[in-house]
Ligand binder design. Structure first.
Ligand code: GAL
Length: 501
């Protein structure tokens, strides 16, 4: 009875198509694509298998740095993880049973090029492994969508300065060539980098390891500059040498949460939100689509650098040649999105973090917002707003490459909050497409299965499939959210109230 009352309310609420805050019953365009995602270090295991080199994360997860403490919660590492290195066929069967169109996964650079430098040799066993993964996906009717770099860097390159050392640009290009040569006949969707803003800014654990301390405010911008050059060279190489015969597409994926103005009626607050978007998303999208950093970043960081008594701006510039190389090197824009946060303008923020440079301040979450078990805001309106901002600013195809819900390890098979999360977030993507006219081509749930959540180890579960880490078989079991997504994927959205309520 209660369920009936609830359903009726929903039906009534959903009946008026197009109103801003109401659930929209409609479908996505017919060519819309659905997928699930993972990354190599988070699921593969096989850390020392078959000639693979060590990565920054193999080292980082095994070594402590904070006064003898482990870097990762409970000293956990990805040595075995979900063992997808051996269980990739099982994983593909899960993807198939969800009815997903594609699988977004990343390659371990060190598995293919053990030292990171192609001149030192490539690892045929690593190349063969991914050939099997790709062939198996295709045999199951799943499109492979490959990320070249999802944070695991060959260790020798890490000791060499990681993304702060310009030499890495050519090493990345050489690695990309090996990848396109070996897999490009069957793989048509590529991402160069996953979330450079995270590994360049957020925490040196993801990029540099000691002694490369991120706290100097110039390093995130040097890292980003080198990422942009590396992306551009790889894209140009793909475009001229591989695309003519292989015919695929290559983008980059950028993390971007939504800066909600504290007072949306106050234009200064709206401008603060806009600045935050330029400093997070525009930092990469603008150079790749327009050949230069967002003008607001240029003027603010140049002025601050001068005031700090520096001879040159902390934000590097592209010379004429690099401007030409970098400009126009995207086939689509990738977006990873999880939550919203509240911003206000703040001209006196001295923080060396993005807020200081962007003249903004982050306020506490709105009292009305719910949070995930691990404390992230649940703000489905944010995905619509962030997509609309990107669409308005760049008018370019958008692939949503990550979105999902994390829970502590006591997550169960019955995960109604995750189900509701997906329902509301995907509906807001639908509204961005149908009501705001955004050109969103695809949606990807993070993640196919529970995995190694970086510095949180296995304590946080993002999967729509549960992995039993205490069972030697690492058994995977679908959660209710996997079954829910299966219905949304099959329906291509929410054609009516009965299927997904
Ligand atoms: C993203 C990252 C993923 C995953 C996810 C959930 O930032 O790309 O690897 O960890 O967050 O936290």
């Amino acid at each position: 009875m209660l369920k009936f009352v609830f359903l009726s309310v929903l039906l009534l609420a959903g009946g008026v198509k197009g109103q801003d805050d109401e659930f929209l019953y409609d479908v996505f365009p017919p060519d819309f694509q659905w997928g699930v995602a993972t990354s190599a270090y988070q699921i593969e295991g096989g850390a020392f298998a078959d000639g693979k080199g060590l990565s920054n994360w193999d080292y980082w997860s095994h070594n402590g740095s904070y006064e003898g403490h482990c870097n990762v919660r409970d000293c956990q590492n990805g040595d075995v993880g979900g063992d997808s290195y051996h269980k990739f066929r099982e994983d593909a069967a899960l993807i198939k049973s969800m009815g997903a169109d594609f699988y977004r996964f990343s390659l371990s650079w060190a598995r293919i090029v053990p030292t990171g430098r192609v001149a030192d040799g490539v690892n045929q066993a690593g190349i063969d492994h991914y050939n099997e993964v790709i062939d198996n996906l295709i045999a199951e009717g799943i499109t492979p969508f490959i990320t070249l770099y999802h944070w695991d860097l060959p260790l020798p390159l890490t000791w060499d300065g990681s993304w702060l050392n310009e030499d890495i640009i050519e090493h990345f290009k050489d690695y990309a060539r090996i990848v396109f040569e070996n897999y490009g006949d069957r793989v048509k969707l590529w991402l160069s980098f996953n979330e450079p803003h995270v590994f360049c800014f957020a925490d040196w654990t993801y990029a540099y390891l000691n002694p490369f301390n991120w706290t100097q405010p110039v390093k995130p911008y040097i890292c980003s500059h080198n990422i942009l050059k590396a992306h551009a060279l790889a894209w140009r190489m793909y475009d001229s040498e591989f695309r003519p015969t292989q015919g695929g597409k290559m983008g980059i994926t950028l993390n971007c949460d939504w800066p909600e103005p504290l007072d949306p009626a106050n234009s200064a607050h709206v401008e603060a939100s806009d600045r935050s978007m330029h400093f997070h998303y525009g930092l990469y999208a603008n150079p790749l689509l327009r050949g230069e950093y967002p003008p607001i970043m240029r003027s603010l960081i140049d002025a601050k650098s001068e005031a700090e008594g520096r001879n040159e701006s902390r934000l590097p510039s592209f010379d004429a040649e690099w401007t030409q190389i970098v400009n126009g090197t995207l086939d689509f824009l990738g977006l990873n999105h999880y939550f919203a946060y509240k911003v206000v303008p703040d001209d006196n923020n001295e923080s060396i973090w993005v807020e200081g440079d962007a003249n903004i301040h982050i306020e506490p979450d709105d009292e009305s917002w719910n949070h995930t078990a691990v404390g992230w805001p649940i703000t489905p309106f944010g995905i619509r707003k962030v997509v609309k901002w990107i669409a308005d600013e760049y008018n370019y195809p958008i692939y949503i490459t990550e979105n999902g819900y994390g829970h502590w390890e006591n997550d169960t098979f019955n995960d109604p909050i995750r189900v509701e999360f997906y329902k509301q977030y995907i509906n807001n993507v639908l509204r961005a497409v149908r009501l705001d006219g955004a050109d969103v081509k695809s949606y990807t749930a993070w993640s196919l299965l529970d995995n190694y959540e970086w510095a949180s180890g296995y304590s946080v579960r993002f999967g729509v499939h549960h992995v039993n880490y205490t069972d030697p078989n690492l058994t995977r079991t679908p959660k209710a959210s996997a079954m829910y997504l299966k219905v949304v994927f099959a329906d291509n959205g929410f054609p009516n109230a009965t299927r997904t309520d």
